[in-house]
Structure formats: C-alpha cells, structure tokens
Design a protein around this ligand. Structure first.
Ligand SMILES: Nc1ncnc2c1ncn2[C@@H]1O[C@H](COP(=O)(O)OP(=O)(O)OP(=O)(O)O)[C@@H](O)[C@H]1O
Ligand SMILES: [Mg+2]
Length: 264
C-alpha cells in the first residue's frame, strides 16, 4: 500500500483536482483506492457529492468513531469525507500529546476488515487492503497537514505553472524535512505535479524549466494541462472520466496515473 499526501500550502493550485482524478484513474486501472479529505473546506467531499456526510474524518480524529465507520463508497473508490467541523480540530488537538500522529494511528488501528454498511447506505466493502491512500491536504502547513505528512510515506506537491509557483517551496520542504527527522523517517517527496499548464504561455514553460532545474528528478513527465472540463466535472460531482472521458484532463490524469503506478 502506498500512502500519498498531496500538499502545497498555496491555495488553488490543483491539490483536490489531482487527488480526485489520480484516485479515479488508479481505480479504473483496477487499483483499490481510499481518498481521504483532510481539508475543512471539504472541497473533495463536496466535489464527490458527499456534502453533509456524517460521521467524517473530524469524528475519526476526535476519537468518536473509527475510520471504517466514516467511509463512503463512491463509484470505484472509497472516500473518508470531511466537514467544516474539521476547522475546530486544530485547536482541539493542540493540547493532545502526540497530536501530529492521530490520523496515522487511526488508519493503522482500522485498516483491518472494513464493512461500511453505514448511514449513507454504501455497499459493504469487506476487502480492506488498499493499494493507494491519497490524502487531500488544506492550503496551510497546519496540524492537519502535519497529520497527513506523518500518516504518509510519500508526498506529491502540486505546483501551478504560474508566476510565484515556487514561492513557499523552501518552507514546505523544510517542514517535510522536519517531519522526516522527528516523526516519520519513511517520508519522501516522490513527485511534483505541474498543474493548469498551458503550452502556449511562455511563462508556463519558463516556470516548468525552473522547476526542472530546481528538482531534476521529481517533476512528473505528465503535465496536467489547463482544461475547463476539470473544473466543470467538479461542479457536477463527477470525476473527469465520468464527465468527459476523452478530454485533455482525462488523457492527462490517465497518463499521470500510469507514471505513478510505474514508480511503485
Ligand atoms: N488543470 C486544470 N484546468 C482547469 N481548471 C483547474 C485545473 N485544476 C484545477 N482547476 C480549477 O482550479 C481551482 C482550484 O483547484 P483545486 O480546488 O483542485 O485546488 P486546491 O489546491 O485543492 O485548492 P485549495 O488550496 O483551496 O484546497 C478549481 O476551481 C478547479 O476546478
Ligand atoms: Mg483543495
């Protein structure tokens, strides 16, 4: 099983779009995928049509329920949903010893047999072994993101090929290094995903060159092109393969998922 956190404290760079569509592409390749929404904005939960789900990852972090109690089956993959309550978790967990490790412990405790015949009426899933856990992080280097970094073995950084794309990277990499030193020796950055790329824009190509120079082995060969269908799909509660299976967004995410699988 590969546990991957999608991070960038910069907002709107494509973390959620990547999490949903990489997850969906991997599921279509026959991989068993668990998507975890660790963002109080709940964008992934909303985008997958699960707004208002209860219990959520917040209840899991508070110790009110187990991971399997909160899972929802969505098409070919499984979602651990979020809700706005999660914004309180930062403060509520602050005095807790080992507060950065709560998610990891909950996942470890509970990826045993899963039967999620839960409030949302999803079909029971008894085979509990996943090939991929993908964690969608909030746009901050908060306690929630630290929990994601402690729970994961790998980090994917989503970078928009825009002005100031690398702004904040030093701080992000320093945080990842610190987590690796103190809390999770297994952690590594295994990929940088260029998002919202437009080959016609000179600036985008300049940014790609800068990223390639700075991180020669990290940038995935597949770039996620700017494609309005990706934004539209989200608004319909669909992944890109359900919405427009032949569009550039679907082609790019299918190619990226193949690259990711090839890393394993
Ligand atoms: N490749 C793309 N082409 C066109 N639009 C995109 C693409 N990727 C993402 N978007 C759109 O850009 C916006 C931000 O994307 P997304 O929500 O995935 O970013 P995020 O990093 O998760 O944001 P946040 O930091 O707020 O969680 C959304 O409206 C999304 O639909
Ligand atoms: Mg997001």
């Amino acid at each position: 099983m590969r546990t991957i956190s999608l991070v960038n404290q910069k907002g709107g760079v494509g973390k959620t779009t990547c999490t949903i569509n990489i997850g969906s592409a991997l599921a279509r390749m026959g991989k068993r995928v668990l998507l975890i929404d660790l963002d109080p904005q709940s964008s992934m939960t909303i985008a997958l049509g699960a707004k208002g789900a209860s219990p959520t990852v917040y209840d899991v972090l508070r110790g009110n329920c187990s991971v399997s109690d909160a899972l929802l089956v969505h098409g070919k993959y499984v979602l651990l949903p979020s809700s706005i309550d999660l914004s309180a978790a930062e403060q509520e967990l602050a005095p807790v010893a080992g507060r950065e490790c709560v998610l990891r412990e909950a996942l470890e405790a509970d990826l045993g047999p899963i039967s999620c015949d839960n409030v949302n009426g999803s079909t029971p899933k008894t085979d509990s072994s996943y090939d991929f856990l993908l964690i969608d992080c909030p746009p901050s280097l908060s306690l929630l993101t630290l929990n994601a970094l402690v729970a994961a073995d790998e980090v994917f950084i989503a970078l928009q090929t825009e002005y100031l794309a690398l702004e904040g990277m030093t701080q992000l990499l320093a945080t990842i290094d610190l987590v690796k030193k103190r809390l999770n020796a297994n952690l590594s950055v295994s990929g940088i995903i260029a998002t919202q790329y437009d080959a016609r824009k000179g600036l985008h190509n300049e940014v790609v060159s800068t990223i390639t120079e700075a991180f020669p082995d990290k940038l995935f060969k597949t770039f996620i092109r700017s494609n309005i269908a990706l934004a539209e799909a989200t608004s319909y509660g669909l992944d890109i393969f359900e919405y427009r299976p032949k569009c550039n967004g679907a082609i790019d995410f299918a190619a990226l998922a193949k690259e990711i699988e090839g890393q394993g």
